[in-house]
Design a protein around this ligand. Structure first.
Ligand SMILES: *Cc1c(COP(=O)(O)O)cnc(C)c1O
Length: 395
């Protein structure tokens, strides 16, 4: 990339420059290789590529230069050796499990993870004999007690969705390593711009690129980052089973990464202003945002993160009817379950993202009927507050 090893550049520089390879056309922006396969100069070269004697592209299920640029850039941003891109965040989690687990193995997972992650463990991986235990995110004794001889992975999402609880990554990684397990961190809510799990001992980082890496709500994609050797079976699974990232989406994510640091700072500043204001509203019972001194893990968030991100949850008086009225009353916020977009979004977790889990599980995870999750976008914070204020009047 320049005159020193890539790892020594700052994150802002890597976001814009890392991994770019120019073609003979000398293009300024990263080229989009929208091709399913690649041609060979002759039969001998084809044979050498297939045997792996000669590096190079073969077929876009597992070798595409645009996807590779995205992988290299994200690996450098996270401070990991290697990245394997996938067609979605869920495909990244599935690929990690398929690569590292076999029938009889066990995973300990924080209970307030992304709803579909819960479904993946409960409904699909269990079919193949992969067992799991869900534990409260911040109860480290529960993590340790849940570990069995068959446990291979500790899977954690921090901050959690939707309650923004913070896990101590160093502490969990230490527990994992003491029991010969790997620690896996879903870094979707903060991205490498605000949190670097490898610095705290994590072994694998997972992304839904759909969220902040894109940042503008356009494409679905995912990624796994980790050590070169550790990721070899993930690459092998994607190559064989095909949950691959499309080159077009990789190209969109590359454009998203260029503004990642700026966006995450702006999301964090606006979210802090909105969360602080929400705390003062009489119809709001409770606000969950790690940037507020009232958040139970505020000090940990300060140590572990470079910022607090754009996700806020809050509970209104009056349960589901009031929550739905507020959601129906907003004019700027989009009613959608997606997050990490330049456009602010609003959702009711109990009846959307977390509807599949049982009411008991929801209660245990603290997802009440009056809970609302917002993803603060890049609009003006005063406009967002005014929008919430007029909607709060209707409940
Ligand atoms: C969205 C999300 C996922 C799943 O990603 P997809 O790209 O939707 O498959 C996983 N983890 C978290 C924290 C998410 O927000």
């Amino acid at each position: 990339m320049g005159d020193k090893p890539d790892q020594e550049y700052a994150i802002e520089t890597l976001s814009v420059r890392a991994g770019q390879v120019r073609t003979h056309e000398g293009e300024q922006s990263e080229p989009l290789f929208l091709t399913s396969s690649f041609t060979f100069k002759n039969a001998a070269q084809a044979a050498a590529r297939f045997k792996g004697d000669e590096p190079g592209n073969i077929y876009s299920r597992f070798t595409n230069p645009t996807v590779r640029t995205f992988e290299q850039r994200l690996a450098l941003l996270e401070g990991g050796e290697r990245c394997v891109a996938t067609g979605s965040g869920m495909a990244a989690i599935l690929t990690t499990c398929m690569a590292l687990l076999k029938s009889g193995d066990h995973v300990v997972c924080s209970q307030s993870v992304f709803g579909t992650t819960v479904t993946l463990f409960q409904q699909w991986l269990s079919k193949f004999g992969v067992q799991h235990t869900f534990v409260p995110l911040t109860d480290y004794a529960a993590w340790e007690q849940a570990i069995r001889p068959e446990t291979k992975l500790l899977f954690v999402e921090t901050p959690s969705n939707p309650l923004t609880e913070i896990a101590d990554i160093a502490r969990l990684s230490e527990i994992a390593h003491r029991h010969d397990c790997l620690s896996v961190v879903d870094n979707c809510f903060l991205t490498p711009a605000l949190q670097l799990p490898f610095k705290f001992g994590a072994d694998i980082v997972i992304h839904s690129a759909t969220k902040y890496l894109d940042g503008q709500g356009r494409c679905v994609g995912g990624a796994i980052i980790g050590g070169d050797k550790l990721l070899e079976p993930m690459f092998g699974f994607v190559r064989t089973a095909g949950p691959s990232l499309s080159p077009f989406n990789a190209w969109v994510f590359l454009k998203g990464l260029e503004t990642l640091g700026l966006r995450m700072e702006a999301h964090s500043a606006r979210a802090l202003a909105v969360a602080d204001w929400l705390q003062q509203q009489p119809k709001v019972k409770r606000v969950y945002y790690p940037g507020l001194p009232s958040h139970p893990q505020h000090e940990l968030a300060k140590r572990q993160q470079k910022g607090y991100g754009g996700i806020i949850s809050f509970e209104v008086e009056g349960g589901q009817p009031a929550a739905w009225k507020l959601i129906d009353g907003v004019r700027i916020f989009s009613i959608t379950a997606n997050l990490g977009d330049a456009k602010s979004t609003i959702t009711h977790p109990a009846t959307t993202t977390h509807w599949r889990i049982t009411p008991e599980e929801r209660a245990r995870a603290g997802i009440t009927d009056g809970l609302i999750r917002i993803s603060v976008g890049l609009e003006n914070a005063e406009d967002l507050k005014r929008d919430l204020q007029q909607a709060l009047k209707s409940i």
